[in-house]
Design a protein around this ligand. Sequence first.
Ligand code: S3P
Ligand code: PEP
Length: 427
Amino acid sequence: MIVKLRKMNTPVEIQVRAPPSKSYTHRAFIAAALAEGDSNIIEPLIAEDTLLTLNALKQLGVTIEESENGIIIHGTGGALHPGEKIKIDLKNSGTSMRLLASVALLADRPVILTGSERMCERPIGDLVSALNAIGGQVRYLGRTGYPPIEVSGRILGGNVLISPEISSQFITSLLMAAPYAEEDLHISLRGRSVSASYLDITLDLMASFGISVNVDAVKTFQVGCGKPFAGRSYEVEGDYSSASYFFAIAAVCGGEAAVTNLKPTSPQGDRQFLSLLRDMGCTISSLEDGYHLIRDSPLTGITCDMSGMPDTVQTLAAVAPFASGTTMIRGISHLRHKESDRIAAIEQVLSGFGAGVATTGDSMTITPGELHGGIIDPANDHRTAMSGAILGLGIGDITILDAECVSKSYPKFWDVLKGADLWNGMS
Ligand SMILES: O=C(O)C1=C[C@@H](OP(=O)(O)O)[C@@H](O)[C@H](O)C1
Ligand SMILES: C=C(OP(=O)(O)O)C(=O)O
């Protein structure tokens, strides 16, 4: 699908309900599958990635049915019986690959986890080493340090040290399997933590399913063994990363955006995206279940650290060329390991449209320029495509190729844009 966007010449008035959270949906499906008792996961995100996790759980022997308002998952108590040696294709979903690597150790057969060509370039070595230190027998079937992997062995528990510098998903993976270890698990982190807010999501979800994790100041997580997740009815909250595109469109085009289904106390790091837009000059106010943004004065560039909110870096980068002055974003080295090398992708897109972009290993500085239209090839990265919509409506004359790649996290993105009278072009 090709999307062509024209510049919005009048201020926008956006009203959108945020789709369910991708991160909470993955975790809720996994906790429910490992729980004692049944769960009803209400209003989960139904998108390519979360369906990959759900189908993987089915392949691992979990019984799953649709309910009127969600998905019923019959808990296994943590004993997975796939019936035979299985191969699970997790395509482009890093969260599924990393979180299920530990879960697969609970299966009574070896499990092969593989994925797309890009997935086989996304690192998993720190997690594999940690799993092998606590009883796993995980081996690489291709390049050392990357999927595909074959998972067998056990989770003995004890002490494990892991680097948090590449991905928080490695730690989430250990945390969510830890209640099923043979002994208590103590996870220590050494290094600078990236995407740390996602660990808060993990702890929040685990607490909702009855497991509390002890966290101490020196970044050690202690999870007790022998107490499984407790099945329950669980409603998935809305996704702040998906909401960011609509706030950003209003920030760039002028006007206002109201996005509902956003929990004000959510641990999602991308909640802070609104503070960044406020720092750039937007006015933000709370709604009963969401936020309202008005952009009625010019935007100014900012300096910020986005290490805890990697998924909205592209959104902010798409706003930056419309501000006066430069915007500097720090703490983003881990963006090189996503669905694409996102630092390179931002540089390519923005400089192709006339903005100035300078990068270092861990930061980028964006300088406004004489902006003009062009073509975006998202290279199968949903967030490059969705942030392209901000540029398209702000600059005009922008064509987004293979726009259906948004299905990874937000299949209805283009329909919602159309519904909000923002898709003024053709496909
Ligand atoms: O745990 C999660 O749900 C996620 C963690 C983040 O990844 P990293 O921890 O690899 O940065 C984020 O980018 C991804 O979209 C979802
Ligand atoms: C990085 C992302 O997802 P994942 O790591 O699950 O592929 C994302 O959704 O931006």
